[in-house]
Ligand binder design. Structure first.
Ligand SMILES: CC(C)(COP(=O)(O)OP(=O)(O)OC[C@H]1O[C@@H](n2cnc3c(N)ncnc32)[C@H](O)[C@@H]1OP(=O)(O)O)[C@@H](O)C(=O)NCCC(=O)NCCSC(=O)CCC(=O)O
Length: 530
């Protein structure tokens, strides 16, 4: 291994200037790799990987009203996207309606505003929910949006067992890095276990959670921290579901993951391979899973937004191509490539199309899809995979020693470790030790003007008007009764999703559902650590 003066990876692990056969001394490919599609899945979750089917090109999109977002989805489908991915605005993500004072100024900004079944119907108008898979980036109110989706599908004549997609539903990382939590951790875990049980019965093809390292990475986590904290959260979810009486093989096949892809391509490929191996072993050895699908770490990837620059934004096209290539070489199941203008504002239609084209070039103009796991056996990538696995396992153990992910969150552990890493990177950029092209080297004297997309400010008023009409039009007594049954379930142990679905079908709003649960469970108060 390199001495302390040698190159270091993003995870602060040594990188040798040259790797040779000695790096793989004692390396047993049968144990470390297995065949593609076989335990421990280091080489990928499917035997044929992209030679059988390309990854899902799934571009995250949504802004303004349901109608505008619906138009963008139709454009993306026309441009060849393989699956939908819905971005919701902050009020929707926090369980507030568009007409609440706290929502003012945020309606439709970072995603689409969805208040009720009426909005959801508009959002998916003309999109065939029996054939398209849809991911929804929604966490604390994940159950609400999932049920609205199911209700719209039922109106289209598509039953729950035909529906494919994913809700993010990963509240633990919200406490650590992203911030859109509502309820305290223990109640959130109970809701998540109810979602697992509901989907097992009613929507068996749905991916019930997307356990995410992406946002931790955006907040500054290193690759090792990203996968270690994500897997530690996943362990917590498995325990919560088991405690609720579910059998591991009844829900684990539908757990999915979400990671970042940085420009440091070699380490990223190693990270993805290590993550698969770690998860497979944990599920088999620690949780006694029997179904190989329970051991498969299937993941979505988004290219690293934090690496994009507002300066010379077209350079971001190059960064995204490299990041996307890393994700594919690492065996991702689904990929979002960022638009080059994302460091400035919401992507324009042209920028969104170019981002999709980037994936299409990787898929159809390179040769990396023609053979499975092309880096297998590489001196450097296998060494890095081992190093990352070892470091990540040690960090998972530290979380376990603190009492598991929830206890560690309550002690502020993950957040402060990530902040330390972010600080280190910022110091390196400020001192010039780390080059960011166009920012601290190769800069322009005068940046070109760039006209970003702006959200129409009148949409908040439109959304309010729609809510007023909905409240005047619906049968309030039916809504109140259903919300009452939801609160009773929250006080007791019955699965919450059944009364929640009744309330939403009666046109209760997302805000009303969240308020009902707030009333019973209270809200999470974060602990500040320095
Ligand atoms: C599991 C994944 C990762 C991918 O699901 P997909 O449906 O796309 O892919 P998949 O499951 O791999 O493949 C679909 C079907 O094809 C089959 N299949 C695929 N490849 C195969 C092959 N080579 N051989 C045989 N079968 C194969 C699979 O078994 C599966 O069928 P079966 O199902 O029948 O087995 C899912 O969770 C997902 O799509 N996640 C997306 C998450 C996302 O978009 N998040 C956006 C976050 S955006 C965000 O957070 C932004 C930042 C912010 O807002 O803060």
């Amino acid at each position: 291994m390199a001495d302390s003066t040698g190159a270091r990876s993003e995870s602060d692990l040594p990188i040798e200037p040259v790797y040779d056969a000695s790096a793989l001394e004692g390396f047993d490919p049968d144990v470390k790799l297995g065949a593609p599609g076989r335990y421990p899945f280091t080489r990928g979750v499917y035997p044929s990987m992209y030679t059988g089917r390309p990854w899902t090109m799934r571009q995250y999109a949504g802004f303004g009203t349901a109608k505008e977002s619906n138009e963008r989805y139709h454009q993306l489908v026309k441009a060849g996207t393989g699956g939908l991915s819905v971005a919701f605005d902050l009020p929707t993500q926090m369980g507030y309606d568009s007409d609440e004072p706290i929502a003012h100024g945020e309606v439709g900004k970072v995603g689409v505003a969805i208040d009720s079944l009426d909005d959801m119907r508009t959002l998916f108008d003309g999109l065939p929910l029996d054939t398209i898979s849809t991911s929804m980036t929604i966490n604390a109110p994940g159950s609400t949006l999932l049920l609205l989706y199911q209700l719209v599908a039922e109106e289209q004549g598509v039953p729950g067992d035909k529906l494919t997609g994913t809700i993010q539903n990963d509240v633990l990382k919200e406490y650590i890095a992203r911030g859109t939590y509502i309820y305290p951790p223990r109640e959130s875990l109970r809701l998540i276990a109810d979602i697992f049980a509901y989907c097992h019965k009613e929507m068996p093809r749905w991916n019930t959670i997307s356990i995410s390292g992406y946002h931790m990475a955006e907040a500054g986590a290193t690759p090792v921290q990203e996968i270690a904290f994500t897997i530690a959260n996943a362990i917590e979810y498995v325990r919560a579901a088991e405690a609720a009486g579910l059998h591991v093989d009844d829900f684990a096949p539908r757990l999915s993951f979400f990671f970042v892809a940085r420009t440091t391509l070699l380490e990223e490929v190693a990270k993805f391979r290590a993550a698969r191996r770690i998860w497979a072993k944990i599920m088999k050895e620690q949780f006694g899973a029997q179904n190989p699908k329970s051991m498969m770490l299937r993941f979505h990837t988004q290219t690293a937004g934090v690496q994009l620059t507002a300066q010379q934004p077209e350079v971001n096209l190059v960064r995204v191509a490299l990041q996307g290539l890393g994700a594919v070489l690492g065996g991702t199941q689904s990929l979002h490539t960022n638009s080059f203008d994302e460091a400035i504002a919401l992507p324009t239609e042209k920028a969104a199309r170019l981002a999709l084209r980037t994936q299409q070039v990787i898929a159809y103009e390179t040769d990396v899809t023609k053979t499975v796991d092309p880096f297998a056996g590489s001196y450097v990538v296998e060494s890095m995979t081992d190093d990352i696995e070892e470091a990540a396992l040690a960090l998972i153990q530290r979380v376990e020693d603190l009492g598991g992910a929830v206890a560690a969150i309550e002690q502020g552990f993950q957040k402060s470790e990530i902040e330390r890493s972010a600080y280190r990177v910022q110091l390196e950029i400020d001192s010039g030790e780390r080059t960011v092209v166009g920012v601290n080297r190769f800069t322009l004297d005068q940046e070109e003007r760039y006209d970003p997309l702006r959200v129409d400010p009148t949409i908040e008023a439109d959304q309010r008007a729609r809510l007023e009409a909905l409240r005047a039009d619906r049968d309030q007594a039916v809504v109140d009764a259903a919300l009452g049954r939801l609160k009773d379930a929250a006080r007791g142990t019955d699965n919450l999703l059944y009364p929640m679905k009744e309330a939403l079908a009666a046109r209760a709003t997302g805000g009303e559902v969240a308020h009902a649960l707030r009333e019973v469970w209270g809200v999470y108060q974060p602990r500040e650590t320095f």
